[in-house]
Design a binder for this molecule. Structure first.
Ligand code: ADP
Ligand code: MG
Length: 695
């Protein structure tokens, strides 16, 4: 029998394969590039390309592709066969170092936010040796970064790699002052991925799911998630089979899929991998999302990654567990046995506190999307207000330092189960706070505001860069300080004095917190449209330019792409709604009207001595709702026409949020009410019960 260890990573050109297939000196040089980010020599690329090609062909590959991550948020690929003409009408298989290092896809149809006119089509992809190449569907996939002919960044990977590089430089300066012999610092991420699975046949009957990924209509079912019987519940056989295959395929690609379980909403599930470097975690998360969809199809299921596929039950997010590690194996966010004496930990913690407070708006922007607007602040996901949970122990320590007192040592308590036979467990330093957007969870931070469908690159670029900015400031101070230890304490103290407003350990879902946050001066950017323009603020541009992540033009381009994305998404949703309302719901409703009124008419004509009071009222109600449906359709139609009056993208996005989105909501209310009246036989597509409780 083959076991997991036999096939784990079998489709990856990983270090074991490299070591076995590359000459020693080449392997060493490539490893150095991977570990330290040093430039790659062309001779090395030549040898690596040849070894990669032979290996891939043995795995059945006929093609290779530069795999990149344009600003659509998903991945892109264009495949070229290895073939080249040989002698006597035969072919040879070729793959050069140049082809490995550089690709030239036509870039004109990817969003660039005006960075590049469509006639300037040239774009380049360059190999990212820090993420392994792999074979999938008979192609050799080479992870690459993507930029334009003029060098403007057009993707999500390049800025992510840059942000990892700058945080490395600044963190090393600080670690050096602590006397650490470290040569590389890397940010690590473990993204927990939530998703829904539904039946394929039913999916096909719903245009909204097909075109927008979410239901635009649907009355509340009799049962939702109120019994909490789905969370961690046992798996449906179909789902269990799906998860098994998904795990196996992910493992073959070297993805450390670790945890799987049912989530809170019916038909909702989660997969969590073991964390890796931010870059690899990002690539792997993209692959995970892709395979989740592909494998679902094989099981006659459809995987929905939208943030809010169903109203009335929880939507899906992605928890971005984030930390910083050294190449000596130290996790910089590990408080150790005695956090109060761990000044290095307290300093890094302070840097994060300050960074999150100073750049809260940017963190909010990094998770903004039309889909995520349905979750944030809806009592199922953190609110749109960014704050941090540190737990009592750390907060107490930091408060004591702020006051100049000595912090008391805390003794870790044992968990009291009251059953002698059960093993004694030490309690964790912090309980969980599920409601916090940015929670310290023992040795990492969990940024919980991300939507389920987004690339995690955006959030991590912001997080890394903001923390870099503060680390740099701290390093500047500490390098000049006469007394190092004293200066560290002074920094922690100042950070608490100036930034403790960002720390909140209570219930983030409560109305009191919304008010308290306002008193503290924390922003509550409820919608994407309010949040996104902050990305192009002076402060944001200054931050990104200073650390070489984006130029001003690139920031502005990205801001435009995000606002445009919002407007386009709502536009597609509105058009889909109108289509369904006019061609499916209204005809069904009219048909049902006919049945009801016909019956009423017949009864009236018989002129029996029976009461028709209720029946008549029912018919009137149905007719009124039908009339209302028609007028809501007209309203949405007319409002959509008005969008033509806006050229400026921020204004347009605002109009979509304030008018189009609102008109969609009112249309939905009427249609959903009709769904509760019209006979099941007449309703034109599967309902929430059908979709959420399939077998
Ligand atoms: P939870 O109880 O929230 O599921 P886990 O401890 O299981 O917490 O971890 C959740 C995720 O956090 C996993 O993907 C895990 O690999 C990741 N994680 C753990 N340690 C780190 C770290 N140091 N850096 C980044 N992610 C981490
Ligand atoms: Mg978690």
């Amino acid at each position: 029998m083959t076991t997991v260890t036999d096939f784990f990573g079998c489709n990856v050109f990983n270090e074991t394969v490299m070591q076995a297939r590359l000459p020693k000196s080449i392997f060493k040089s490539l490893k150095k590039t991977m570990a330290e980010g040093t430039a790659l020599q062309p001779e090395v690329a030549e040898v690596v390309a040849s070894a990669m090609k032979d290996w891939a062909i043995e795995k059945g590959a006929t093609h290779y592709t530069h795999w990149f991550q344009p600003m659509t948020g998903i991945t892109a690929e264009k495949h070229d066969a290895f073939i080249a003409p040989g002698a006597d009408g035969k072919i040879i298989l070729e793959f050069s170092g140049k082809e490995l290092i550089k690709g030239e896809p036509d870039a004109s149809s990817f969003p660039s936010g005006g960075l590049r006119a469509t006639f300037e089509a040239r774009g380049y992809t360059t190999w990212d040796p820090t993420s392994y190449a792999f074979v999938k569907d008979d192609s050799l996939y080479i992870p690459t970064a993507f930029c334009s002919y003029g060098g403007e960044v057009l993707d999500k990977k390049t800025p992510l790699l840059r942000s990892m590089e700058t945080i490395n430089v600044q963190a090393l300066r600080i670690l050096k002052l602590f006397g650490k012999e470290v040569t590389r610092v890397t940010t690590t991420v473990g993204p927990e991925q939530e998703y829904f699975l539904i039946d394929k046949a039913m999916y096909k009957e719903r245009k909204d799911l097909i075109l927008t990924g979410r239901t635009l209509f649907g009355a509340k079912p009799a049962k939702g998630q109120e019994l909490d019987d789905h969370y961690f519940g046992n798996l449906r056989q179909r789902v269990s089979d799906y998860m098994k295959e998904l795990d196996e395929e992910l493992w073959k690609l070297g993805i450390l899929a670790k945890t799987k379980h049912n989530e809170v909403a019916p038909a909702q599930h989660e997969l969590a991998p073991i964390f890796g470097t931010t870059n690899i975690a990002t690539d792997h998360n993209q692959l995970t999302m892709e395979l989740m969809k592909k494998i679902a199809d094989k099981h006659d299921l459809v995987c929905l990654l939208h943030e809010k596929p169903f109203a009335g039950v929880n939507g899906s997010g992605k928890h971005n567990n984030w930390s910083i590690s050294t190449n000596t194996g130290e996790n910089l966010l590990e408080p150790g046995k005695s956090p109060k004496d761990n000044t290095q930990f307290l300093l890094f913690l302070s840097a994060i506190i300050k960074a999150v407070d100073e750049y809260a708006d940017l963190l909010r922007v990094s998770v903004a999307s039309a889909g995520n607007d349905h979750r944030l602040g809806a009592n199922e996901a953190p609110p749109a207000i960014v704050s941090m949970f540190l737990g009592d122990e750390l907060t107490t320590i930091l408060e004591a330092i702020e006051k100049g007192e000595t912090a008391q040592a805390t003794v870790k308590a044992f968990l009291e189960t009251g059953v002698a036979a059960l093993p004694k467990l030490r309690k964790d330093t912090t309980d969980r706070n599920r409601t916090s957007p940015f929670a310290f969870t023992g040795n990492k931070f969990e940024f919980r505001m991300l939507g389920s469908s987004v690339s995690i690159a955006g959030a991590n670029i912001v997080l890394n860069t903001a923390v870099t900015e503060v680390l740099q400031e701290f390093a500047d101070r500490l390098e000049k300080a006469a007394e190092f230890e004293k200066e560290v304490v002074a920094i922690v103290k100042e950070t608490m004095a100036n930034h403790k407003r960002i720390i909140f350990n209570g219930n983030n879902y409560s109305e009191e917190w919304v008010q308290e946050a306002a008193r503290r001066g924390l922003n509550n950017l409820k919608t994407s449209v309010e949040a996104l323009p902050k990305f192009a603020s002076e402060k944001s541009v200054a931050l990104f330019e200073k650390h070489g992540i984006f130029t001003k033009a690139e920031v502005e381009a990205r801001c435009e792409i995000m606002l445009e994305g919002y407007a386009k998404t709502v536009n597609i949703e509105a058009l889909t709604m109108l289509d369904m309302a006019k061609k499916e719901i209204l005809p069904a409703v009219l048909k049902y009207n006919k049945e009801v009124f016909k019956t009423l008419k017949v009864k009236k004509e018989l002129d029996l001595n029976i009461s028709l009071e209720k029946e008549q009222a029912y018919a009137v109600k149905l007719s009124n709702l039908t009339e209302s449906l028609m007028s809501k359709i007209d309203e949405l139609d007319n409002i959509l026409l008005e969008t033509k009056n806006y050229d400026e993208i921020e204004e347009l996005a605002k109009f979509f949020r304030e008018y189009v989105f609102e008109a969609m909501q009112t249309l939905r209310v009427v249609a959903d009410e009709l769904e509760t009246m019209v006979s099941a036989a007449n309703w034109p597509f599967p309902t929430y019960v059908d979709l959420l409780f399939y077998v």
